[in-house]
Ligand binder design. Structure first.
Ligand code: ADP
Ligand code: MG
Length: 348
């Protein structure tokens, strides 16, 4: 619980805007060849020679996308970077730079922003991206973080949401539903804490799902794996809103339908046990939960031998003609049309 920490609290007003920017950004070193000029001028200068460039932005708003009563600021910084990089990898591109913009109220001391930037710097280091700029401004209430990620890709390697063809295999990386169940645990512990702040919860049984929520990873390893296997997916998207919504995006963009098999959905044992504890249906959690940051792709049948038996890739269905629609084939072998629920941030 960040704000209860009894450490130094340096007011932001002590540094001023330029002092703050300088303090937060002096740790960043340039690693990418494409970064010609980084932080310090009016704009960064990048040179990608003949590559195509992908650009993507995501904004995280306190109270909407995160809750500082359980999300440590360092993890939040890390996650803010990762969710953006995930979009770059979903284009089959290599992430190279990010910019970081923050709006922050004076209830945050310098030390809080240092923690946030520790997470940002860690993610930038692990994923080998340069932090080349950003903006710093004040907000009247909460914290807002907006990150833009830039990546490069050979023209012939770009993978779009469109491109899936009937008979292609529907493939997903890793396992699904963990981040949503982690959120259920964190919300529950927050309520327990409100009633009894001295309660010392034993959360050992939930470490995996909590980590999936608080400190997700983007699947840069899969982009490399696909290159090594010499597989170019026919379409791809990252799983940020829940499997159902992502499948529907691919079907719509590609003008196709699909059959998704309930029995094939990849589940971690901890997701199954946590779902049982909360009396939730794991299939519903996978379809509508979100924030798993896995990659969903379609792969041509002829590439099946190359991906078969790979522990990172699970075939969960196949693409059909559009007239069939997008369906879940249940364990009882009934077909149910898939529905997009996604994150309901706009619901009251
Ligand atoms: P300008 O007035 O030209 O917008 P700023 O004073 O806002 O410039 O920023 C100075 C430099 O610091 C720029 O290179 C900008 O990209 C960078 N910068 C500002 N805020 C941040 C931040 N929160 N994180 C990283 N870089 C930042
Ligand atoms: Mg500025």
């Amino acid at each position: 619980m960040i704000e209860d920490k009894n450490q130094a609290r340096t007011p932001l007003s002590e540094l001023g805007e330029f002092g703050l920017i300088d303090h937060l950004t002096k740790q960043f070193e340039v690693k990418q060849e494409s970064t010609i000029t980084s932080i310090g001028d009016d704009a960064a200068v990048l040179d990608f020679k003949s590559k195509q460039i992908v650009v993507t932005t995501d904004m995280l708003v306190e109270g909407v996308h995160f809750d500082l009563s359980y999300a440590p600021l360092k993890h939040l910084g890390y996650k803010a970077v990762v969710v953006n990089l995930s979009d770059v990898y979903a284009m089959n591109a290599e992430a190279t730079q990010i910019t970081v913009s923050i709006a922050v109220s004076n209830r945050f001391p310098l030390e809080a922003l240092e923690e946030l930037y520790e997470g940002i710097a860690l993610a930038a280091k692990i994923y080998n991206v340069d932090v080349v700029g950003g903006d710093t401004t004040s907000s009247t209430a909460g914290l807002i973080i907006s990150i833009t990620a830039i990546g490069k890709v050979n023209t012939e390697d770009v993978v779009y949401r469109k491109g899936a063809k009937p008979n292609d295999l529907l493939v997903v990386t890793g396992d699904l539903g963990g981040a949503y169940m982690g959120l259920q645990i964190l919300e529950r512990e927050k309520e327990v804490f409100k009633v009894n702040p001295n309660n010392q919860p034993d959360l050992d049984a939930y470490t995996y799902v909590m980590e999936r929520q608080l400190k997700p990873e983007a699947r840069v390893d899969i982009i490399k794996l696909l290159k090594d296997l010499d597989v170019k997916p026919t379409s791809m998207i990252d799983v940020s809103d829940g499997l159902s919504s992502e499948i529907l995006h691919i079907c719509k963009a590609s003008d196709v339908g699909c059959d998704l098999y309930e029995e094939k959905l990849p589940l971690d044992p901890q997701v199954i046990s946590t779902c049982e504890e909360f009396d939730m249906d794991s299939t519903t959690v996978v379809l509508n939960g979100g924030e798993d940051y896995e990659l969903l792709m379609t792969i041509s049948q002829e590439d099946f031998p190359k991906i078969k038996a790979n522990p990172h890739l699970t075939v969960i269905g196949y693409i059909t003609d559009k007239s069939i629609g997008a369906n879940l084939v249940t364990r009882g072998e009934t077909k149910i049309p898939l529905q997009a629920q996604g994150w309901k941030n706009f619901d009251s």
